[in-house]
Design a protein around this ligand. Sequence first.
Ligand SMILES: [Zn+2]
Length: 463
Amino acid sequence: MQWTVRLETRTSAAEVTTTELVTFSRPGVVSTLAEVGLMLAETKSLLAKLQASMLCGQVAAYAAHHRVCAACGALQPLKDRRTRRLQTLFGTVEVEAPRFKVCGCRQSVLLAGVTVSPVCALLIARCTPELERVQAELGARTSFRDAARLLDTLLPASPTNQESVRIRTHAIALQLEAADRQAAAEVMPVPDEPAKAAAADASRPVVMLDGAYIRAVPGHQVRNFEAVCGKIEHEGHPTRRFALVRSVAEQPHALLRAVLQGQGWREGDTVTAISDGDLALPALVRSATGGPVEYILDWFHLSMRVHHVEQVMEGLCALEPPLLVPLDQAWIDVERLRHLLWNGHHEKACEALGPITSWAKEASVLNEPAAEAKFRRLAARCAELRSYIESNEGALIDYGERCRAGKPISTSRAEGTVNQLVNARMNKRQQMRWSLRGAHRVLQVRAAVLDGRFGHPAIQLAA
Ligand SMILES: [Zn+2]
């Protein structure tokens, strides 16, 4: 049996032309399941021919339309015929790009000998925007090599080498960044007083920040470098992710500012930032907004440090035979810490840490060899917690109250973002090493892809 696919083209002038694209053959009676239906190779060749036919027809019509002089309606004389190549998802197509001399009616001294090439004006890039976007999306989701393989397997796209995927991913990242910088530079209308009051009542955008480490390519001064990842939540707006490598991002604050604006933030509105105690992170938010920032220390990181104290204390209580030193009072004091910090009484927590520390120091010299190291560790953990509280004093709040109000108190959701953005694409398991710039750019595209800002509903592969 044979199947022939013909393409019928109908122009706007109602002219119809028919082009034969491909013919597939099979035995009259198939003998295996594998012979049933279209094969991938056949489909690729069909798509490539369909693309070439359609594209050449469109470009020829475009050139013919622009050959007509806009001033007098005469055909401009042909100077020469050249060709241009365009890379598409369905193969590279060579198209005719005729050049015309400027019409005699417009010939002046200035335009003498000038030629025009309308096709070159149309084909401003070497590839279609769709090919660039798909390559970038795949390159952001998986390794450049796998992305190239995937494209090569399924489509007649060309070129399909990993280098082109890398270049296109970087190109899209630059476009995204440029768009962010432009959005950040736009002057926003200053809200009037009633609008300001309404904004103060409404929920604030919450920026949750966290850092992630990426292995650097050899030759860098560092083995690992940090990427700042985050998530912005604001009631009534879809959540936005963002990530950047501070030292190579052209304007890190502009990037964050653009994301905030996209989330409905307006000049002068207070932003809430939650992070782990790295002061550079809230500083980034401050430079992005240029205005008030309510900085909250992440409850999870604080709670972990309390947990360290509790763990050592539990270890002391569980010692066999039981210690001669009475532990009851110390145990009560330790148990209070979490409660005090949760309810915003960090000063009292600091006060409570004093007696525990001095008790642990005294007990460590009471000739209890089994417990000596544990007492020392308890004193050290308490000192750590105390200095953590003191250095983040301004960022400690009544977590219980905020939690009961249904507001976020932790960056745990930002940690999920770190996993999605960085670890799933750049982790050590994949043995990947990154340049700072390369990582930064892939992260721009990846954040856009994961947010669904990339507009490619047809391709929703698992990231
Ligand atoms: Zn003319």
